[in-house]
Design a protein around this ligand. Structure first.
Ligand code: NAI
Length: 253
């Protein structure tokens, strides 16, 4: 079996996914800023290219799986960096590693989006179709809440990017899906809870199941989507939020 790559493997959902995939017998390689087999900064074009080049060298150009978890939360003060990691960083690795996935055995990829991807529409997404150099100015409309706007916009753009690739990736024999978690107990969520602008809203973001998710619960959905049991699942977004989306938007899906 060839290699499976997990970005954001040092923490939270990525760390739980790394462990679950390794426990299932896969050879897993992590990409992160720290505590990973491959150290790379996905916020810059150079860092993304270095990550792709290192993965290709280490895997001899063949991958069975790719999971893109690296991301920043809305509380990060540099809103442009949120979009750089969550959107441009993720899409660059998808595109850069598709050739390696084509050569894999029953290859599949999963990108971690968010229920926030549904908070704005593509038509209202201020970064839709923009070049990375244009993002900072486009986010100014968010004012003091530009971090939240950057987060929702980056996740909306990521889900759209995955859906737009369904045709080409399907023809290439590589399945590609997104998961869209609600609130999951990780360091990213804790940083949001600790932020006076966002803490209260996150605390109230609890649905019918009455609790937040655990990273292992998101990892188990990702493992399913990577594996043979999901052989006909492609181009889809899976909401995993304890029922919040259904409760607040029962007619929108
Ligand atoms: P986390 O903060 O525990 O882990 C994120 C990882 O991404 C960290 O290891 C971090 O070092 C890495 N990362 C950040 N910037 C990077 C960069 N420039 N280059 C390389 N790696 C970088 O966060 P969590 O919660 O596990 O988040 C994983 C994904 O799940 C993110 O994309 C996040 O947006 C998404 N998500 C999380 C939710 C939550 O409630 N925790 C809800 C919905 C989506």
């Amino acid at each position: 079996m060839a290699m499976t790559v997990v970005t954001g493997s040092a923490s939270g959902i990525g760390a739980a996914t790394f462990s679950a995939l390794a426990a299932s017998g896969r050879e897993v390689v992590g990409v992160d800023l720290r505590d990973a087999e491959i150290l790379a900064d996905l916020s810059t074009p150079e860092g993304r290219q270095a990550a792709v080049d290192t993965v290709l060298a280490r895997s001899s150009g063949v991958l069975d799986g790719l999971v893109l978890c690296a991301g920043l939360g809305p509380q990060v003060s540099d809103a442009k960096r949120i979009v750089a990691v969550n959107y441009f960083g993720t899409v660059s690795l998808l595109d850069g590693l598709l050739p390696a996935l084509r050569g894999g055995e029953a290859p599949a990829a999963v990108a971690v989006s968010s229920v926030s991807s549904t908070q704005i529409t593509w038509a209202d997404n201020p970064i839709a179709g923009l070049d990375e150099s244009e993002v900072e100015a486009a986010l100014e409309v968010g004012g003091d809440y530009r971090g939240q706007l950057a987060y929702a916009a980056s996740k909306n753009a990521l889900t759209v990017a995955v859906r737009q690739r369904a045709g080409d990736w399907g023809a290439a024999g590589v399945r590609l899906n997104t998961v869209a978690p609600g609130a999951v107990d990780t360091p990213l969520l804790q940083a949001g809870l600790d932020d006076p602008r966002y803490g209260e809203a996150i605390r109230s973001f609890v649905g019918p199941l009455g609790r937040r998710g655990r990273p292992e619960e998101i990892a188990s959905l990702i493992c399913y989507l990577l594996g043979p049991a999901a052989g006909f699942v492609h181009g889809a977004q899976f909401v995993i939020d304890g029922g919040v989306d259904a409760q607040f938007r029962p007619t929108a899906f």
